[in-house]
Design a protein around this ligand. Structure first.
Ligand code: KMH
Ligand code: ZN
Length: 281
């Protein structure tokens, strides 16, 4: 069996720095986290950024600067979130692609998100998918519920394969309002994946470990990070993202599917080589 792609989602848009001091919110903190996580086995970084007051933002200049800094300082595959925060308007979410990341997330449907709604209209999904095809950005299809896989099948059927020709999904499990973070739900989702697709899985909150173990046993890849998990064990707050990546790498090694090298992950996902980094460019 092949090795395991480990994605780190270090920040997210939901937690406040005041509540979670270890959350990376500045560019320096994000780059330092990226380096630490790469050193212990991550190959993709799923990025949400914050403004000077540590609030979630989709500011185009900051996004470009973030992509450039991560490219300059790490070898990680840079995946920007096009999901943003539940309050972000569609045009700002589409504009994320202007920062020319290697990958971007593409959520496959609307989902209740705690007491909020994470809105993803069909026409918006199509627009995102097509713009990523044009700009040669590899999508990661975010699946929060089983019905999202029916939408993905329809999307690929009507609008074709993504850039790179390979379909990669992330099962985001355990969001209040989405599919539960259980082995049964994971198996149901894996059975509904498009033929030939790869998947990673992430379990939100206390579902992190059961989802990770189920994903490894089902041949999947892993996403971990403080976007999804703030408690390492009962009563033990996460100290930093690298702690979560190190645990995922350890479990992947136990499963005899060690962390995948970044170059191999690029090849598997069809990520384009975007050439030398132009700092400040
Ligand atoms: N922050 C959530 C509302 C993504 O990054 O694409 C959406 C999210 C998904 O995190
Ligand atoms: Zn995200």
């Amino acid at each position: 069996m092949s090795s395991t792609i480990i994605t780190v989602a270090p920040t997210g848009a939901e937690s406040a720095k005041a509540d979670v001091p270890a959350l990376p919110v500045t560019l320096d903190e994000l780059v330092a986290t990226g380096k630490d996580c790469e050193a212990v086995g991550a190959s993709i970084i799923h990025v949400h950024i914050r403004d000077e007051a540590a609030r979630p933002t989709l500011d185009p200049g900051r996004l470009r600067e973030t992509v450039a800094a991560l490219r300059a300082e790490t070898d990680l595959i840079v995946q920007l979130s096009s999901g943003g925060a539940v309050t972000d308007p569609e045009e700002h979410r589409l504009r994320v692609l202007d920062a020319e990341p290697d990958m971007a997330s593409c959520t496959m449907g609307t989902v209740n998100f705690g007491t909020d709604v994470f809105m993803n209209r069909w026409e918006f999904i199509v627009e995102l998918h097509q713009r990523m095809q044009e700009r040669e950005i590899v999508p990661e299809y975010e699946i929060f519920d089983l019905g999202h896989l029916a939408s993905l099948a329809k999307l690929l059927d009507k609008y074709g394969l993504p850039y790179g020709g390979h379909v990669h999904c992330d099962l985001v499990m355990g969001v209040p309002g989405g599919m539960p973070g259980t082995t049964q739900a994971l198996v149901a989702a894996v059975q509904a994946l498009p033929l030939g697709a790869t998947f990673s899985a992430t379990g939100v909150g206390r579902t992190a470990l059961p989802v990770m173990l189920a994903a490894l046993s089902a041949g999947g890849h892993l996403r971990v990070g403080m976007e999804d998990t703030l408690t390492y064990a009962p009563g033990k707050p996460v100290e930093g993202n690298a702690q979560l990546v190190a645990r995922a790498s350890g479990l992947a090694r136990v499963a005899q599917r060690p962390p995948m090298r970044v170059e191999e992950a690029r090849g598997l996902l069809g990520v384009r080589d975007r050439g030398p980094v132009v700092v400040g460019g």
